[in-house]
Design a protein around this ligand. Structure first.
Ligand code: HC1
Length: 579
């Protein structure tokens, strides 16, 4: 340990502790801007966290300077305050300050810091950054470099946590820019559109594309029958925007809120998550029994699919052919649902509420028009018409003046509204695997599982592993979340080291979908954990906890699909990938 003084107060901390952390121990909150502990980002780029150290001529940055024995640190001298203020004024002087109309208005770290430091005027002027063009080349992510403060968090998360490295720091001084190498558009890079960059951006330099106007327009169109589906992760996260603790199950209120917005039917992606288990579990058993390509890789996380197509095209035969639950839902809404309700499929408009930015990309893939092909009618268009992230839905609820916490709990509509506990845990890393094991075990063995909780695949560890005996086969499974962990596994798979394994779950985002790039900001490790707990709590509380017990799934197979992997399933629920 080392002992030092902070503003005269003695404090003893383990060697290697930063001045920022040491100060926090004695109740001193040093302001920060670029620092982000969660992703290990401590480059000291912004110099807001400067402090004075006795005997040192220059200020040091508290976020990345280790405490030393006998140090005398001052965090609140006139010179320190003046330095922070000048730094902040310099950042603000060339920041595009359209705060009232900015997507991050009210939830901007730069705005909050200006308030915290009581900055009321900006004595400098510059505005050179206003010249950088906006990049709206992808369906999911919008870059607005005029709002970039060069904190470089996005670079760190993209490079270190996701190993995609689609962004880099370029140029110097007023010409400095964070963007794709070679000044390319994001759509022309290896970006997987996971949106982790948008989650860590302190301002609105990187945001989700705002598709709310498309949904308002559909809701206002009397010729449209507008249905909505809600992803597993949204059940336990939307409440955060309305002051509820992360992980609170707001399912009933979310259903009520969506009805108040005017949706004609409110359905659950959890329903098609159960369907995914039926199809993907059957696919796995088929691969095992018939000597197919193993291990099978999950296919529901669209950032992960992009990652495989970009970096491991040779391994695509391992990826399950199952579409994601979002896309299965869209295809069925415009076939099964339309048919059962006597609706014209071209009048059905499908909206998704997803924790994910990459879902916007997934929905517009050219092949995701199965309903249109099924009916032979191009007017039916995409299977999913619009994808809203959690953040966009939250904005719509605010705009509509919905008092979310005061709403009653309501139930989903019938036909595609029942989801099991197995579907709910899709939102957490390991959840798809656990859901698959609950069903695959019972189908393969014909026996009832004595214990349905597979704890080995739960939790925030980067790579998890389990072995489950099934009919004499020891089924070996792996789970990874965050693309750096996925990459570690794919390198092993490519090297032939995972031959003994049967099934691997990968979710692009740390923690799984609850940590998706479209989720409420902040999304930090603590919140990810609470949201995961929320998924398992809801799983325990539900009447059905295994996908194959979902009564609406049984009805779907009986009335429409026939059997898993059958002809209609192949038409509507399975897909292929492009190397
Ligand atoms: Fe997910 Fe999925 S779990 S991918 O994380 O398989 O986004 O929540 O909706 O499609 O069901 C996301 C979440 C989501 C799909 C399901």
């Amino acid at each position: 340990t080392v002992t030092l003084r902070i503003n005269g107060q003695p404090v003893t901390v383990p060697a290697g502790t930063t001045l920022l952390a040491a100060a926090a121990q004695v109740g001193v909150k040093i302001p920060t801007l670029c620092y982000l502990k969660d992703i290990g980002h401590d480059v000291g780029a912004c110099r807001i966290c400067v402090v004075e150290v006795a005997g040192k001529e220059d200020f040091v940055t508290a976020c990345n300077t280790p405490a030393e024995e006998g140090m005398e640190v001052y965090t609140n001298t006139p010179a320190v305050r003046a330095s922070r203020r000048m730094t902040l004024e310099m950042i603000l002087s060339d920041h595009h300050m359209d705060c009232p109309t900015c997507p991050r208005n009210g939830n901007c770290e730069l705005q909050a810091l200006a308030a915290q430091l009581n900055v009321r005027t900006v004595r400098l002027s510059g505005a050179t950054r206003a010249d950088f063009p906006r990049d709206d080349s992808t369906p999911a992510i919008i870059r607005d470099p005029r709002k970039c403060i060069l904190c470089q968090r996005c670079i760190t998360v993209c490079k270190n946590i996701q190993t995609v490295a689609a962004l880099e720091l370029q140029g110097q001084g007023f010409d400095a820019l964070v963007g794709p190498p070679g000044n390319r558009k994001l759509a022309d890079t290896l970006c997987v559109q996971c949106g982790q960059c948008a989650l860590v951006c302190p301002t609105a330099a990187i945001t989700e594309r705002d598709d709310t106007p498309l949904v308002w327009a559909a809701l206002a169109d009397p010729g449209k029958h507008v249905v909505v589906q809600t992803a597993p992760a949204t059940h336990v996260t939307i409440g955060e925007a309305f002051g509820l603790p992360p992980g609170t199950d707001i399912t009933g209120k979310m259903v009520a809120a969506l009805r108040r917005l005017g949706f004609d039917a409110v359905f659950d992606t959890n329903f098609t998550a159960d369907l995914t288990i039926m199809e993907e579990g059957s696919e796995l058993l088929k691969r095992i029994n018939e000597g197919g390509v193993l291990p099978q890789l999950t296919s529901c996380s669209p950032g992960w699919i992009n990652f495989m197509e970009h970096f491991y095209p040779d391994l695509l035969p391992h990826v399950s052919t199952c579409k994601s639950p979002q896309q299965m839902f869209g295809a069925l809404a415009k076939t099964y649902y339309a048919q059962q309700k006597g609706l014209k499929p071209e009048d059905v408009f499908v909206v998704s509420v997803m924790p994910c930015t990459a879902k916007k990309f997934e929905a517009q893939r050219p092949e995701m028009n199965a309903a249109s092909r099924y009916w032979g009618n191009p007017a039916i268009g995409r299977d999913v018409d619009v994808v809203l992230t959690s953040r966009e839905l939250i904005r719509m609820l605010r705009e509509a003046g919905i008092d979310f916490t005061a709403l009653p709990d309501e139930d989903y509509d019938e036909l595609m509204g029942v989801g099991t506990g197995a579907a709910q845990i899709f939102g957490a890393t390991g959840g798809v695997m656990e859901a698959a094991l609950r069903t695959a075990y019972e189908i393969a063995t014909g026996k009832t599982l004595a214990r349905i909780d597979f704890e080995a695949v739960r939790g925030m560890e980067g790579i998890k592993e389990a072995t489950v005996p099934m009919n004499g086969t020891k089924v070996k499974v792996l789970v990874a979340h965050g693309l750096a962990n996925a990459r570690a596994l794919m390198d092993k798979l490519r090297a032939g080291e995972l031959k003994d394994y049967h099934f691997i779950e990968v979710m692009a985002c740390p923690g799984g979908c609850i940590g998706g790039g479209g989720q409420p900001i902040p999304t930090d490790t603590g919140r990810r954990r609470s949201r995961i707990d929320g998924c398992y709590t809801r799983d325990k509380a539900l009447k059905y906890r295994k996908s194959h017990e979902n009564p609406e799934i049984k009805k779907l197979y009986q009335d429409f699909l026939g059997e898993p992997l059958g002809h209609r399933s192949h038409q509507l629920l399975h897909t292929s990938y492009r190397p």
